[in-house]
Write a protein that binds this ligand. Structure first.
Ligand SMILES: *Cc1c(COP(=O)(O)O)cnc(C)c1O
Length: 242
C-alpha cells in the first residue's frame, strides 16, 4: 500500500504555504516528480492525479519506463549526471530539458548530435553551490563563462540554473546555496547574453523545498516525500563511479 496520492496533496499544500510566506504565486513553482527507481505503475498513479512533470537520473531508466508511460501525457526532464556517450540515447526518449549540463565538452557533444538529428533541446546549467566534491555541477565562479560558451550553440536553449543544495540540518547553510544560485542567475541576466533565458531556478528537494521556494525556486524536484524511501543511496546516482 502506498500513499502517493495523499503525499502529492500534502506537497501541493506545502508549496502553497511556502509560496504564500514568500509572497509568491504558487502557480509560479513547478513540481517535478523525481522518479528514479520508481516503478512505472507508481509514476502513473502520480500522473493521474494531474501532475505533468517528471525527472529521471539515468538513461537506462528512461528507456525502461518509456513504453509504459508513453500513453500518459507528461513532460520529462533529465536531472542526473550525463555522460557524453549517453547523449545519443537520451535523445530517443522525448526529454524536453536536460537540467544537468555542467561542462563545455558535454554541451559541445550535445550540440553536435542535435544538429545531426535536426532537434532542439532546453537545458539548465547545473551549479555546484555547496562546494562538495561529491556533487556534480560547474563551480559558481565558472558558471558565467560556461553559460556564454553554451549560448553560442544554436540547438541548445538555456532556460536557467539547477543546483542540489548542501545536505545539512542547518537551514541557514542550505539557504546560502539557494541564495548563491539566485545571485548567479541575477549576474547572468545582467549580462544580457543573446539567446540565454534565465527564468528557471531548479532547486529544492524533499528535505529543503520550503527554503528553496522562499529563495526563488521555480522548479522543485521531489522524490522521497512522494514515493517513499529509495533502496539505493543517492551517492549511487550522484557519483561518477556508478
Ligand atoms: C533524487 C533527486 C531529487 C529528489 O530527491 P528527494 O530527496 O528524494 O526528494 C532531486 N534532484 C535530483 C538531482 C535527484 O537526483
Amino acid at each position: 500500500m502506498n500513499h502517493i496520492i495523499e503525499n502529492i496533496q500534502s506537497i501541493r499544500l506545502r508549496i502553497k504555504a511556502a509560496a504564500e510566506k514568500a509572497n509568491r504565486d504558487p502557480a509560479s513553482i513547478k513540481l517535478l516528480l523525481a522518479t528514479k527507481t520508481v516503478l512505472p505503475e507508481n509514476i502513473k498513479t502520480a500522473l493521474l492525479t494531474g501532475e505533468t512533470l517528471i525527472g529521471e537520473n539515468k538513461v537506462q531508466e528512461l528507456k525502461e519506463k518509456f513504453e509504459a508511460l508513453k500513453d500518459i501525457p507528461h513532460e520529462k526532464h533529465f536531472i542526473g549526471h550525463l555522460q557524453t556517450n549517453k547523449i545519443k540515447d537520451i535523445l530517443k526518449y522525448n526529454v524536453s530539458c536536460i537540467q544537468s549540463i555542467d561542462r563545455l565538452e558535454l554541451a559541445e557533444k550535445l550540440q553536435q548530435r542535435l544538429q545531426f538529428e535536426k532537434k532542439k533541446i532546453d537545458v539548465l546549467v547545473q551549479v555546484n553551490t555547496s562546494a562538495e566534491a561529491s556533487k556534480f555541477g560547474v563551480a559558481p565562479a565558472a558558471t558565467m563563462a560556461l553559460t556564454k560558451a553554451i549560448a553560442a550553440f544554436d540547438n541548445i536553449s538555456i532556460k536557467g540554473l539547477m543546483t542540489i543544495g548542501l545536505f545539512s540540518a542547518e537551514t541557514q547553510k542550505v539557504r546560502q546555496c539557494f541564495q548563491l544560485l539566485k545571485h548567479i542567475q541575477q549576474q547572468i541576466i545582467a549580462e544580457n547574453i543573446p539567446g540565454v533565458k534565465m527564468q528557471e531556478l531548479s532547486m529544492g528537494m524533499s528535505g529543503d523545498m520550503a527554503t528553496a521556494i522562499e529563495e526563488g525556486a521555480t522548479i522543485i524536484r521531489v522524490g522521497t516525500a512522494i514515493f517513499g524511501q529509495r533502496i539505493y543511496t543517492d551517492s549511487y546516482y550522484w557519483n561518477e563511479q556508478s
